[in-house]
Design a protein around this ligand. Structure first.
Ligand SMILES: *Cc1c(COP(=O)(O)O)cnc(C)c1O
Length: 401
């Protein structure tokens, strides 16, 4: 039976969805075409560099563009070494491997992330151990992690072990969700105290600053991604960043089939990967990287316009960068104030119907069939965010309309 108050609530919900969509429409006006969540933009020297790369004949990893791209990345991110890879997932996998993650280890990974973070751990024969997030950053909560490690783990001859599984907990992977940085000073303190290695998943955060330091330079190693939907794209690609030259050498070696350098012999000293970025993609990356500051400026302007448009809509809140951060605002996000699945559903549904590309956040990792039985801490905040968060169209070009 439907009561008068039920239908009043339903009307209020419909009303909320209409008001949110109207506010978004003020930022992203009707144009006849559907608005994607995120689109790449090639308005710089992409054609010149790609043509030059083709003309040179060095389209695979051997040409000059790979080196040039790596140098530009290292400089931009304030690290001494960058190793370009075929994608961000490969960068994460190899970064974790050179960080010492071995089969049978556990790696602390947020439940709220894209599946690649957990997959990279699994490829190494290690097990993801899911941790909770905080609402101020959308990333790993250092305080909740500290409390959890105290109860769930113990130190056995220098190594951190999960009391329940007996496995060694080797590393933690903070993910800078949608370009907003994790509270890395606090996280690094927890990591030092418990002796776990920090490998940043900075795949969404190229150009983001945390207390004036670039994302990607805040842990022992980091991974970047240049997938088609990221802020800078090479079609597909990624990079490992580090200040440690011996880790960099090992990463370079592993991604080039662990080939022992020789003028002509094929000699390999361990099982490596064919994970290097081709020069053709690096050429695209060099041109894209020249545009990064422009992309960030426009994406930040777009975020400001969403924030203004949504400020007067009761029942939702635009997600603003954490204090002390200067985010790249890779993907914009709003949060529903109430836990109302029907409103979330209706907002996504009606948004799609009128051609506004919105998305819910990723299904939490511990709900995916292959990760259901992995160890995890209580995840109240990740679950809270899962029921409220919606991503909004975020291409830099939307700032120009
Ligand atoms: C994009 C992304 C990756 C993986 O990058 P690919 O280049 O697509 O392999 C990993 N983690 C997160 C959080 C990402 O958003």
């Amino acid at each position: 039976m439907t009561t008068a108050s039920d239908s009043a609530a339903a009307n209020a919900d419909t009303d909320l969805v209409s008001r949110v969509l109207a506010a978004i429409r003020r930022v992203v006006p009707e144009s006849g075409a559907a608005v994607a969540l995120h689109e790449p933009e090639f308005a710089g020297r992409e054609w010149d560099y790609v043509r030059d790369c083709l003309d040179s004949g060095w389209v695979s990893s051997a040409g000059t563009y790979v080196e040039r791209f790596e140098r530009a990345l290292a400089e931009r991110c304030g690290v001494s070494e960058a190793i370009a890879t075929v994608n961000g997932t490969a960068a994460l996998k190899v970064a974790l491997q050179v960080a010492g993650v071995a089969p049978g280890d556990e790696v602390l990974v947020p439940a709220l992330t894209f599946v690649a973070t957990a997959n990279a751990v699994t490829y190494l024969g290690a097990v993801p151990h899911f941790v909770d997030s905080e609402t101020s950053t959308l990333g790993v909560s250092p305080a909740a992690l500290e409390d959890w490690l105290r109860v769930a783990c113990e130190r056995v001859s220098g190594a951190l072990r999960n009391r329940a599984t007996g496995r060694r907990v080797r590393a933690v992977v903070p993910v800078h969700v949608f370009g907003h940085p994790v509270d890395m000073d606090a996280l690094n303190e927890v990591a030092v105290r418990h002796r776990v290695v920090v490998v940043e998943d900075a795949t969404e955060a190229l150009g983001t600053l945390y207390r004036d330091r670039p994302a990607g330079a805040l842990g022992r190693l980091a991974a970047l991604s240049f997938n088609g939907n990221k802020i800078v794209t090479t079609g597909g690609g990624g990079a490992i960043l580090t200040d440690d030259s011996s880790l960099a050498r090992r990463a370079r070696h592993l991604t080039t089939t662990a080939r022992v350098t020789h003028r002509f012999s094929f000699d390999h000293d361990e099982v490596g990967y064919n994970d290097r970025l081709p020069g053709l993609n690096a050429a695209l990356g060099c041109a894209q990287l020249e545009r990064l500051d422009d992309f960030i400026a426009r994406k930040r302007a777009l975020a400001r316009r969403y924030a203004e448009a949504l400020a007067s809509v009761r029942g939702v809140r635009f997600f603003v960068e954490p204090q002390g951060a200067r985010a790249n605002y890779w993907l914009n996000a709003l949060l529903l104030e109430e836990d109302e699945p029907a409103v979330l559903e209706s907002l996504l549904e009606r948004g799609h119907c009128i051609g506004i590309g919105m998305r819910p956040v990723w299904r939490l990792m511990h709900r995916l069939p292959m990760y259901q039985s992995c160890p995890r801490m209580p995840l109240p905040t990740a679950q809270w965010l899962e029921r409220r968060l919606v991503n909004l169209p975020s291409s830099a070009a939307l700032a120009d309309v």
